[in-house]
Every structure is written in structure tokens, then in C-alpha cells.
Design a protein around this ligand. Sequence first.
Ligand SMILES: [Ca+2]
Ligand SMILES: [Ca+2]
Ligand SMILES: [Ca+2]
Length: 243
Amino acid sequence: MSRVLSTCLLMGTAGTASAQSIEIENAGFEAVVFDDDEFLNGIDGGSPGWEGVGGDGDPKWIGWGGWNPPADAYPSEAPRGQNVAWLYVDPGFIKGEVAIFQELKATVRAGATYTLTVAIGNPMEYFSERYQEQFFFEGFPGYRIELLAGDTIVASEQNARSPAEGTFERTSVCFAAQDDSAFAGLPLIVRLVNTSEGPGIEVDFDDVQLTVSQACRADMDGDGDVDADDFFIYLDEFAQGCD
Ligand SMILES: [Ca+2]
Ligand SMILES: [Ca+2]
Ligand SMILES: [Ca+2]
């Protein structure tokens, strides 16, 4: 069991040549072309491919969508492409989380390892020339990323990263489906959450990636290839026997 987990960690951090990308619609939030500093609510079509939870309150206080952040909010702008997803809750008016999710066409394969990687963004307070409005983005409310198989959360990560104001940080989680996994055949779902716990109102996300690696029994050290290192590990285990 422990070797399976460490394989998962290796794949989660380094990736392997054998890892394949799983299609996510609008994974980089580039499907809508925005001018710099322009945004659009998801309920108005700002983030095709994604659905929201919690965005049906007064859009002044809660919502989600697509945005082309200006350098005033992120000096390095979006980590990939032009746009990001924004998830916004003003806790002075609305209690609770806001989330976006997407059910993928891919389903869980027994014996496969899945790695979900997302860039987490903490926008800076700035004055929007476009909208002639101050956006009070100081602080960071907290985030969670989740991978689900059907209705079950099989991997999640909450606030392991704390990006500084005006920056993104990448994080990843990993799910290793066992050979006899009860999740096999169930749809994979990616969910990204603004948990609205700490001071601050907005979390942004970008560059959502999900990869899959089929477990290879001969890859004993889980580094993505089969070579002499794996053979010596095998010899070692063989020599130890099973009692
Ligand atoms: Ca992007
Ligand atoms: Ca921009
Ligand atoms: Ca902030």
C-alpha cells in the first residue's frame, strides 16, 4: 500500500512520459476572448464548459466567471494564456462557498493514477480603469480543489498553498484507482472552490490539467520507465520472500 502512495506522489510532482492528458473543456478559461481587465459572469456565458454552485445569489456579492486580469491585479498577468476563472464571495453579505465544476467525458479506469494540477491565484486590490471601480481584493479567502468519481470526492487539497498578493501558485492532487476499484466506470468531475473562510473575497484559477498514468507493474520505483533500477528492487523483494 505504501508503495502505491509514493508512486502517486512521484507522478503528482514530476509527471511521467507515460502520463496522458485528459480532455477538459475550456481548461485555461480562454474560450471567450476578453479585452484586458474585462470579465463576464459564468451565468452570462463567461466560462463555457463550467457550471457554478453558489453563483445564483445577487451577483454583486457572489459569482464566478471568466476574466482577463490586468497587470494591476497580477503583475505577471494570467499564468497561461490571457484569462483566468474568478470565484467571488463577499462574506459581509453572503455566507458559504462558491464553486465551479465540470463533469468530464473520461471515466475512472481501474489501476490508473490521476493527477489534477491547478494554478491558484490571489488577486491584488486595484482600481479598474475599464469599470471605473475599486476592486477590494486584499486578503485571500482560501480555496479547495477536488477530483470526484461520480458523487464521491476521491482526492482533494485545501489551502496547502498560500499565494502572495498578485501571484499564482500551482498545486496538485493525486488519485490512484485500485485494480478492483469500485469507482471504475464512474465519470470524473473536477471542482474548484472559493471556501470563503479567511479575510478576502476572491480566488482565481487557471491552467487546469488532469493526467492519467496506467499503473505499470514492472515500474517498481514508479518513475515512469522500466530499467535496471526496477529490476534490482524486484530482486530485493524476491530475496525477502513473503513471510
Ligand atoms: Ca488561462
Ligand atoms: Ca491581462
Ligand atoms: Ca487578494
